[in-house]
Design a protein around this ligand. Structure first.
Ligand SMILES: NC(=O)c1ccc[n+]([C@@H]2O[C@H](COP(=O)([O-])OP(=O)(O)OC[C@H]3O[C@@H](n4cnc5c(N)ncnc54)[C@H](OP(=O)(O)O)[C@@H]3O)[C@@H](O)[C@H]2O)c1
Length: 234
């Protein structure tokens, strides 16, 4: 595969990454050797075991978000990482080399993401992975989990007993939102194709509605004639 080189690191040590040199379709993704990043004083250097893949990655790759955040090519995509602490900046406390961690690696500039063997991130966005969670599972949680959590608890202020309808309950955000809402004591309706009904009910959804076969408005209205408290388009 044709590579895209970035400037060589001090000492010349490089690692593998996936980069894009321009906006475009999947064909702009290339394997490359990139410099090993150095952690700044508040950062953790993570040796990435697994990266999450989110819809925002292809939206960035296609240039759809170029007016929303600063971008600098070549770009390493990816905002979710799980792996082990390789080094810490001098102000970082609470992390030791080798700790299993995961992080939401969104930075002020879209440039050095998580589709790489190493990524640096501010320690405030890094957390230990619980012992019973593997790297692959942990890498799926930060972006989708924070989106679901902040929407439900900070914005919607969900309460026990609330009746909630999620759209796209089988997706990354929806699957975590269902679990958070059930944990908070809500009654959960969700849209999903029939093939995903067993999955969304296993997560705790009370009622799954196949939006390709029936009107979700009618399906909810006939069960909740008095209306519901929250509709969340995940
Ligand atoms: N603004 C933010 O901060 C933020 C953060 C995270 C995500 N997002 C956005 O939120 C969206 C979902 O993200 P995700 O990670 O959850 O994506 P995902 O994992 O790809 O899930 C998408 C889900 O959408 C469902 N779906 C597709 N068409 C549908 C329709 N017409 N009606 C209802 N459900 C439909 C699919 O399930 P079925 O096959 O069962 O329908 C699928 O599970 C993306 O557009 C993403 O970019 C925004």
């Amino acid at each position: 595969m044709k590579g895209v080189s970035r400037s060589p690191a001090k000492g010349g040590k490089t690692v593998k990454a996936i980069v894009i040199g321009s906006f475009g379709g999947p064909e702009v993704l290339r394997a490359a050797e990139v410099p090993v990043p150095e952690p700044m004083e508040n950062e953790v250097l993570i040796e990435v075991a697994c990266t999450g893949v989110n819809p925002v990655d292809w939206k960035i790759r296609e240039g759809m978000l170029s007016g929303m955040f600063p971008h600098e090519f070549p770009i390493i995509p990816g905002w979710d990482a799980a792996g082990r602490v390789k080094a810490v900046g001098r102000n970082v406390k609470g992390f030791r080399i080798g700790d299993r961690v995961y992080a939401y690696c969104r930075k002020p500039k879209v440039k050095d993401g998580t589709y790489a063997e190493f990524v640096t991130m501010d320690h405030a966005a890094v957390a230990p992975i619980p012992e019973n969670v593997g790297f692959a599972e942990a890498a799926c949680i930060p972006l989708a989990g924070l989106t679901a959590w902040q929407s439900l608890f900070d914005a919607a202020k969900i309460q026990a007993g609330d009746k909630v309808l999620f759209h796209a309950g089988a997706g990354g955000v929806g699957s975590l939102a269902i679990q958070f809402a059930k944990h908070a004591g809500a009654k959960v309706y969700t849209t999903a194709r029939t093939a995903n009904h067993a999955y969304v009910t296993s997560l705790g959804a009370d009622v799954a509605i196949d939006y390709t076969k029936e009107s979700f408005v009618e399906a909810v209205r006939k069960r909740e004639p008095g209306g519901i408290d929250l509709v969340y388009d995940a």
